[in-house]
Ligand binder design. Structure first.
Ligand code: SF4
Length: 288
């Protein structure tokens, strides 16, 4: 993402010709840092470290790729145990729990999983489930009527179209009822070992904060970010960003002063930079 230094009010004009609004704290950081008048660096007064982020005007594609991969490496060191936080024993379970995880927490889904799969261990059993009984099991997750409908249709489609097996390719997965690209990539990456980028709300937010893409459309963001990394790294990259988003780089008040990748983040300063204040914002676990 190469930017020109042309500026109209609070707008940067990207090399692509698209305007980019500099807003909120980020704008004030830019002003404090002198970024608007210097193309050398994004140094932020008071930062506990020298910024390694070049000014947008000067970051080349190669520089962007290197910075992106450095961030991923450091996040990998920060979260050596990063993995899918939903429990599962096989592709069918992962598909089901990922569908169930919409609008609720992984912890709640993990809590109902043993009962759910004890009653319905495979697509055939779940497709034949008594609706009221299934609703009762997944009731604690909310939206239980809609989710029950999804599971019944999903299981029936697996039985009818795939011999009761979860297909191991994106095209077939996204044709299943209630399965979108995000869910499909979770299943491919974590149950089949096929690299996939999972653009959830955390991934999209962090990719934009890192300056890797400006896309808000998940599919466009997936392609833009995917082009910065080796395909083999896509699944772990997804875990790294999601873990960091859940624990440190929150939507509201990111814990910038406690962030291990702050040095390479152009959004440093969107949240508190004071280490003591920031430390209090860090969550030690993922989704509660
Ligand atoms: S916490 Fe702050 S410095 Fe760290 S990635 Fe998020 S915005 Fe950037």
């Amino acid at each position: 993402m190469k930017m020109t230094r042309e500026r109209t009010g609070s707008m940067l004009i990207l090399a692509s010709g698209k305007p980019h609004r500099v807003t909120g704290v980020r704008k004030s950081v830019a002003r404090r840092s002198g970024r608007e008048s210097s193309a050398e660096s994004w140094s932020v007064p008071g930062a506990p470290y020298a910024s390694a982020v070049p000014a947008p005007a000067t970051e080349t594609r190669t520089g962007l790729v290197r910075r992106a991969r450095k961030i991923d490496r450091v996040l990998g060191e920060t979260y050596p145990d990063a993995k899918c936080e939903l429990d599962f024993d096989d592709p069918f379970q992962l598909l089901v729990v990922t569908v169930l995880s919409a609008q609720t927490t992984d912890k709640r889904v993990n809590a109902v999983r043993p009962t759910l799969f004890a009653a319905y261990p495979d697509p055939k059993a779940m497709a034949a489930a008594d609706r009221a009984t299934l609703e009762g099991i997944i009731g604690p997750l909310g939206f239980f009527r809609a989710k029950t409908e999804s599971l019944l249709k999903l299981s029936a489609a697996l039985v009818a179209d795939h011999g009761g097996q979860v297909p191991a390719n994106l095209d077939d997965l996204v044709k299943l009822p209630g399965v979108g690209r995000k869910t499909a990539n979770v299943v491919l990456g974590n149950a089949f070992g096929i690299p996939g980028i999972t653009v959830d709300t955390h991934f999209g937010r962090l990719a934009r904060r890192f300056g890797w893409t400006e896309e808000t459309d998940p599919v466009k963001a997936e392609h833009a970010v995917g082009a910065l990394f080796e395909k083999r790294d896509w699944t772990m990259l997804s875990h790294h960003l999601i873990w960091h988003g859940r624990r440190v780089c929150h939507k509201q008040k990111p814990a910038c002063g406690a962030c291990t990748v702050a040095k390479w983040c152009p959004s440093y300063g969107e949240g508190p930079t004071d280490p003591e204040v920031a430390a209090k914002l860090v969550k030690t676990e993922g989704r509660a």
